[in-house]
Every structure is written in structure tokens, then in C-alpha cells.
Design a protein around this ligand. Structure first.
Ligand code: AMP
Ligand code: MG
Length: 801
């Protein structure tokens, strides 16, 4: 037996660079299994086993990038197979070994690395490859990066066969016969369904990320992360959880003291010191060579057998769910707008309005935060149900449906970054998004001037005891300055907006003076030096940021820009949005209706909603439910627009061909979202364009647009404030609601007796468009809410106002 060496540094490589031919050309890493893309299963399984992760992908790079690991593409074009992915990974890996795994087999043994490493050592080989007892599984392999020149030479000869390359080296076979299910991969839609079913019927341990939930606490320093953690720990402990805490420390972090034995061992040069007593065990390991630890790297040290939850402080950029701690008084920006992993905001300002996909938590009530964590954890660990039934809109929360928050998170995280900027004359910039910050070229006002009609004088000469007389030496008008200087005992008659004459710094309003007929005024005590003056730069200082990039220009901004003399601004190019309606029953207005036909109203709703966002609109009319017309329309739309919207045909209707056509043309996920109205939604890309397939029912179209499409369009247009403003109102109606899905009821909000009150706007069926036009707001009933009784406070989102 060879002496076992410690496991070296390893980069896990997820091979998602294939063409997916047998899946109709779909990107297999993004195929969904029980509502989650395959790549997420593998990331979760790899994180604890390797030091870092690389994703090898040849398309949809933006979507993979959202996991915050490097995404690398083959150097060889045209999908040349796994060896091309190996080579690409070996070129960028900064570890000694890579562990390769295919993206289409969602299971991975938790000891994959150990098994491969042990085989490599025992058989004194260069490469270790998995063997399932019957055959080699060549893509599950541990390969030293030092073999890159050999692989490159092999590829340069035009060879692509993996076993031929392996044949040039000493290969150890690692026995994986006990975990053969990890080699079941998805090549056809039937296999996808079959694997999804076994996944949902087997125990939770098969979905690795649910084994040990990991939750981050993120914030700017000084926000009180550590204090919060120390408050949470006892609460979570008393709920029976065993906790592991990971903290990212500064580089010279030290917990050991001079004089302790452990310190002496370490000083003497030990790479690891493990202290063990009957009470606790501590491991200190030198990080050599010094390098920033990765969360995946340090998670290896957590003992999974004695933890039910890992809480992480720091590692702000890792892709784990997080609670953001936010104290507005610190003046630091919020993190969640740029981090789709934030699930809740713990703040000391409960008046703060947070977007609906976040839970607002009171930083001063750690017990409520602990409760939130407990609920989140049990939700995560809930085994998927095996019961199969025909899903319908009547179900409060059907199996495999996505929460609204998760759908939003996925959409927002997968948006590409746009967009070229355009110069626009000031007036045309109204309603557009600023591409660059506006820095003030001057002070506003650019000279000190009077805020009132009165008399300008020197503040130092104001009377403190008696009255005092001042000689009026002239007049200053707006646009007509007084030219001389004002000395002691003198004043200048001044009008609002007039520049302060030289020598003056104070204005006394005319009502506080007594004007004599001798050319003097008199005034008494009670005046303050410096009063009634607008200082130069008081509104806007030269060099300060007047408007940030990403701000949508409103009428007041136009005025501010005009006040700075700015004639032209850079705005983000408006998005081009194409849409059409699908359905054989639809007719455009102007055509006669026969039985069973309806006028297409969705295009009008979309037109109106899009118009308010200042996008360029391309209305493509009604498209018949037949594959050729749908394909032609989708292709035309995706070639001309940044975003394509359709309505209808994404639910289970028999004659709806759009799903098949979409699967052929694009990378589309079909979701069932736990909302009412608006359950089915398709989202993805068609060609270069982003695609949203909205439901057919008119109210559902508007609701899904407001909840999912509008924030995405705003973010895509680089707008920073894309979350809707929600306000609280007292509900006056009884609103029936089942827990398990987010519901949007149409409401009418008004102010009555000094309070905002909302009542429901008539019948709430998802085809009842009139409720939408009668109403002026959506009443948002969160997923966990049950029936609302009159008098309860609800959140509403305004529209039509
Ligand atoms: P679908 O999702 O295609 O099954 O459509 C669901 C319902 O919405 C059906 O009653 C359709 O007739 C209706 N619908 C679909 N598209 C439109 C539209 N553009 N205008 C009005 N109603 C529509
Ligand atoms: Mg239809």
C-alpha cells in the first residue's frame, strides 16, 4: 500500500458544453428537474467536495454566470465533446487537479473525490476514472492539470475520443459500483421525466443541497452581523438545531494565544494543529500559500454529522441564500438589488418598503428572525411529494410549482446586460433611463441671492438691544444686481432672487422693518445673521452627483438638468419589445365575430403597459395556433426585438402548439408559478431575445406583466429602481385566500377619514377584465396568508392612476 497523501486542491468542472442533440438542442445544464436547473444539483453536490468550481458552457453563459463561478467555453468551436471542455478547464484551473462531471446526471456521490483520489494513489496512476462495475464512466474523472500539454497535442491531431487519450496515460479505475445511480443521465425527454420522478420519490438525501442548509448573513461592516448571529444562535439552539458558523476573517486572523501548546506547535511549523479534549475539538490549518478562502473550500471542514444548519458571516459573493442586515442610518447602499441570493432584509427601520420577493424582518426582534430561519429551513428540507395528480388552477400550491419569489429571482438573475447609450436632447430624455451619472458643472444657485423681498445688510450690524436705523443706498432686483458695496449702517432694498450686494449676508423681510421718509429704515431685535439668503451651491454643489446612472428621468429631473444648462444627456437605448397573441379563437377588432370567437384584448393591455415604460413597441397581431405560423412569428420577433412577449398557449390546452415550437427554437422553461391569477409562464430565450410566454387570460396577462415582466424590463433597461412601491392599506372586504400561493386581487384604494382603505373591485375571476379597469391597485396576499378579514392591513401595488 502506498502512503496516502492529503487530497490536493481540486477544481470541480461541470461539463455543460454539449449540443444536447437528443434533447432537441436544449442546453442540458439548464434543463429543469423538479423546478431546478440540473446545474444547481451539481453545484450543490460539488461545493462541499472541491476547492472551487468551473462551469464549462458554450452558450447561455450569462445564465451560468449567475452562480458566481467562472464560466469557460471551449477553445475548439462547434461542440467537440468532453475533451474540449477538459482542455478549457485545465487552462484556467489554478488547482493541481480537476474533477470532471457531466451536467446531465444530477446525482453525485458525496465521496466522489475521495474515491477517485484513493484509487489514483493506490494504483499509482496519473488519472482516476469512475467505473460502475460494468463499464468505465469516462467523464467522471480526476485529472492532473499537468497533463494539459498532452491533451492539447492530442486534440491538435484532430483526435476527440476520450478513451484514446486515456490510453496514453496510467489510468486508475475507481470503484463506484455501489452508487451506480449517479451515472443515470438525461438524454431524452422521457429520461428527464423518469429521473425527475425517482428524485421526487426518494429521500431528501438525494438532493445534496437539502442535506445541510446553508444561509448567509450579509451586510456592510458595522451593520451588526456578528451581534445578530450571537442573538440568533441561542434561539435556533433552543429550537433543537445544531449550528455550524463560518466566518470570513481578515488575513491576519488569529484565535490562538502565545504560550498555548497549540500556538507553539504552529509556530514550530505544523501545517495543521488539531486540539481535542472531552469538551471540544479545534482544528487550525495554515492556508498555504496564503489565498482568499472560498466558501466551497472551507465548507469541507464542517462536520456534516453534527450540524443541522450552517450560518455564514461574510463570503458576500457566494451564491447561497442570504439575509441582508441593513441599517439605513449607516448610509450604505442596499446589497439586494445586486444580489439575487438575498431572501430577506433584516432592518432597524420597519417603515422601509421592500420588494415583494423579500421578507422584511425586524432587526430589533431576533426571535422573529430566528423563526423566519426555522421556517425557511423546514421548507427547504420538505421532501418532494410523490403523489401525482392532475394539476389545476384550483390547487393552492401544486407540486413542482415555483414560488413567485423564486420565479422572480431566476428571471432577474438571468438578464443579460444591455445596452448602448444614446445622446438625446433634454426634452426627448423624459421617461428614459440615464446611462451616465450627471455631475453638476456649476453651483445651483450659482450666486448667493435673496429668498424674500426686504433689505440686504451686514448680519454683524444687527441690533441686539435697541432698534437701529440703516440708510437705503439702492435697489437689487432679480436680473439686475446692485453694483456698489454696502457698508456699516447701510442697506439695499432687495427682491426675491436678486444677487446679494457686496458686503451683505443677511436679508430682513420688509414686514419686519419700519420705512421712514428720510431714506432710512429701522428695525428691532430678533433678526438672525445669514437669514433669508439662498447660498451659492445650496441646492446643487458644483462637482456633485445630481442624478445617478440608472435613474429614469422625470419632469423634475428635466427641470434640474435645465437649471444646470445641460442640453443633452446620455440615455440607455430604449428596449425593443415585440409581442403577439396566440389562439385560434382570437379576432382583431374590425373583424366580425362568429360563435366561439373573442376579440383579442391582450395586445391592448400589453400595448398600454409597455407604453408607460417608454419601450419601442412592435405589435405583431394575432398568430394562429399552428406550428408554421408560430415558428415564423417567433423567428421574426426574435430577430428584431430585445424581448418577445406572447400571450396564450402556455397552459395545458390541447391545440396550443407554442410550447413545441418554443422548445425547438429557444431555451425555454415552462413554469407553473404559485400565483393566482397567472399560473403558467414560459421564460427563456429565443435566439438573442429574451422571451416571456404569458398566460392567455387577460387578467393573468396584466398581473404576470406587473409582477415579472415589468421589473425585468426595467432592470434590462439598466434602471436601478425597478421594484414596485408597495403601500399599506386597511382592507374593507373579506378576501378569501388559500395559503400556498401568492394572490393578486384587484382593489380600489382611496383615502377615507385620513386613512388609506382598499376594497375589492368586483368579481375576481381571471377572465374578468372589468375588475382590472375598475380597480386602481393590486391587493397582494402573500403565499403564507390565509383569508383576510375586514380591518386587516394589506399591501397594495398601485396601477391605473
Ligand atoms: P390559453 O392560455 O391559450 O389556454 O387561454 C386561456 C384563456 O384566455 C382562453 O379563454 C382564451 O380564449 C383567453 N385568451 C387567450 N388569449 C387572449 C387574448 N389575446 N385576448 C383575450 N382573451 C384571450
Ligand atoms: Mg389558447
Amino acid at each position: 500500500m502506498t502512503k496516502q497523501r492529503a487530497i490536493p486542491q481540486i477544481s470541480g468542472v461541470i461539463l455543460a458544453g454539449g449540443r444536447g442533440s437528443r434533447m432537441g438542442g436544449q442546453d442540458k445544464g439548464l434543463l429543469e428537474l423538479n423546478g431546478r436547473p440540473l446545474v444547481e444539483y451539481l453545484l450543490a453536490a460539488l461545493q462541499p467536495q472541491v476547492d472551487t468550481i468551473l462551469i464549462n458552457a458554450n452558450r447561455n453563459q450569462a445564465r451560468y454566470q449567475h452562480y458566481h463561478y467562472p464560466v469557460i467555453s471551449d477553445e475548439l468551436s462547434d461542440y467537440q465533446g468532453p475533451l474540449a471542455g477538459f482542455a478549457a478547464a485545465m487552462q484556467v484551473a489554478n488547482t493541481d487537479y480537476i474533477l470532471t462531471i457531466p451536467c446531465d446526471a444530477p446525482e453525485l456521490a458525496p465521496d466522489t473525490v475521495t474515491r477517485l483520489w484513493e484509487a489514483l494513489q493506490e494504483q499509482q496512476a496519473d488519472i482516476a476514472v469512475a467505473h460502475d462495475g460494468e463499464r468505465l464512466q469516462p467523464v467522471h474523472a480526476l485529472i492532473p492539470v499537468s497533463l494539459l500539454p498532452s491533451l492539447q497535442a492530442f486534440l491538435a491531431q484532430g483526435d476527440r475520443k476520450i478513451d484514446l487519450w486515456y490510453a496514453q496515460h496510467r489510468v486508475a479505475l475507481a470503484d463506484f459500483s455501489a452508487c451506480r445511480s449517479m451515472f443515470r443521465n438525461i438524454n431524452t425527454p422521457e429520461e428527464q421525466t423518469a429521473i425527475a420522478q425517482t428524485f421526487s420519490s426518494t429521500t431528501k438525501t438525494q438532493i445534496p443541497h437539502t442535506e445541510l442548509p446553508i444561509l448567509g448573513i450579509c451586510a456592510w461592516s458595522g451593520s451588526g452581523k456578528t451581534t445578530l448571529l450571537t442573538e440568533l444562535i441561542p434561539q435556533l439552539k433552543s429550537a433543537g438545531l445544531r449550528l455550524a458558523i463560518i466566518k470570513h476573517g481578515h488575513h491576519d486572523l488569529d484565535i490562538d494565544k502565545p504560550g498555548k501548546d497549540s500556538y507553539r506547535f504552529r509556530e514550530a511549523g505544523a501545517d495543521q494543529v488539531l486540539l481535542a479534549s472531552s469538551k471540544r475539538i479545534a482544528l487550525m490549518q495554515e492556508n498555504t500559500p496564503p489565498q482568499e478562502p472560498t466558501l466551497a473550500g472551507v465548507l469541507r471542514f464542517i462536520n456534516r454529522d453534527s450540524a443541522d444548519l450552517v450560518l455564514v458571516e461574510g463570503f458576500k459573493h457566494s451564491a447561497i441564500p442570504k439575509i441582508e442586515v441593513y441599517r439605513p442610518s449607516l448610509g450604505k447602499p442596499l446589497l439586494y438589488p445586486n444580489d439575487p441570493n438575498v431572501i430577506a432584509l433584516a432592518t432597524d427601520d420597519m417603515t422601509l418598503v421592500v420588494p415583494p420577493h423579500l421578507t422584511k424582518l425586524d432587526l430589533n426582534q431576533p426571535d422573529s428572525i430566528a423563526n423566519f430561519i426555522l421556517q425557511w429551513r423546514s421548507q427547504l428540507l420538505k421532501p418532494s411529494t410523490t403523489i401525482r395528480h392532475q394539476p389545476s388552477c384550483a390547487d393552492p400550491r401544486e407540486p413542482n410549482s415555483l414560488s413567485l419569489a423564486e420565479a422572480r429571482r431566476r428571471i432577474m438573475a438571468s438578464l443579460p446586460t444591455l445596452s448602448p447609450a444614446l445622446k438625446r436632447p433634454l426634452r426627448d430624455a423624459l421617461g428614459q433611463v440615464l446611462a451616465d451619472a450627471i455631475i453638476s458643472p456649476s453651483n445651483v444657485p450659482n450666486y448667493a441671492n435673496s429668498a424674500m423681498d426686504g433689505y440686504a445688510l451686514r448680519g454683524a450690524t444687527l441690533p441686539h438691544t435697541n432698534t437701529r436705523a440703516y440708510r437705503v443706498i439702492g435697489t437689487a432686483l432679480a436680473g439686475q444686481a446692485f453694483q456698489g458695496t454696502c457698508w456699516h449702517g447701510e442697506c439695499v432694498r432687495i427682491m426675491t432672487g436678486a444677487p446679494l450686494p457686496a458686503g451683505t449676508d443677511t436679508v430682513v423681510i420688509q414686514e419686519h422693518t419700519e420705512v421712514g421718509d428720510d431714506g432710512y429704515i429701522r428695525l428691532g431685535t430678533g433678526q438672525r445673521a445669514g437669514q433669508n439668503v439662498r447660498q451659492a451651491g445650496e441646492d446643487i454643489k458644483q462637482g456633485s452627483t445630481v442624478l445617478a446612472a440608472g435613474h429614469r428621468i422625470n419632469p423634475a429631473d428635466l427641470a434640474v438638468l435645465a437649471s444646470l444648462g445641460i442640453a443633452e444627456v446620455s440615455v440607455v437605448r430604449p428596449l425593443r419589445v415585440a409581442f403577439f397573441s396566440t389562439g385560434d379563437e382570437l379576432r382583431s377588432i374590425g373583424e366580425p365575430l362568429t360563435e366561439g370567437q373573442v376579440y383579442d384584448s391582450n395586445r391592448y393591455a400589453l400595448y398600454g403597459l409597455l407604453k408607460q415604460l417608454n419601450v419601442d413597441i412592435l405589435d405583431m397581431g394575432v398568430v394562429r395556433d399552428d406550428p408554421a405560423s408560430l415558428e415564423a412569428a417567433l423567428q421574426q420577433a426574435s430577430q428584431t426585438a430585445d424581448v418577445v412577449l406572447t400571450s396564450g398557449g402556455v397552459s395545458v390546452g390541447e391545440a396550443d402548439y407554442i410550447k413545441t415550437v418554443l422548445a425547438k427554437l429557444g431555451q425555454i422553461n415552462f413554469w407553473k408559478i404559485a400565483i393566482k391569477p397567472g399560473r403558467p409562464l414560459a421564460f427563456g430565450t429565443v435566439g438573442q431575445a429574451l422571451f416571456f410566454g404569458l398566460p392567455g387570460n387577460p387578467v393573468a396577462v396584466m398581473v404576470t406583466f406587473l409582477q415579472l415582466v415589468e421589473p425585468a424590463l426595467r432592470k434590462l433597461a439598466c434602471e436601478t429602481e425597478y421594484e414596485p412601491l408597495l403601500i399599506d392599506a386597511i382592507c374593507q372586504s373579506r378576501l378569501k385566500k388559500q395559503p400556498g400561493r401568492t394572490e393578486f386581487q384587484r382593489g380600489i384604494i382611496k383615502r377615507e377619514a385620513g386613512k388609506l382603505r382598499v376594497e375589492k373591485a368586483g368579481h375576481q375571476g381571471s377572465g374578468v377584465l372589468s375588475s382590472m379597469s375598475k380597480g386602481n391597485c393590486l391587493i397582494i396576499l402573500p403565499e403564507e396568508a390565509a383569508t383576510i378579514e375586514p380591518g386587516d392591513v394589506v399591501q397594495v401595488q398601485l396601477f391605473n392612476w
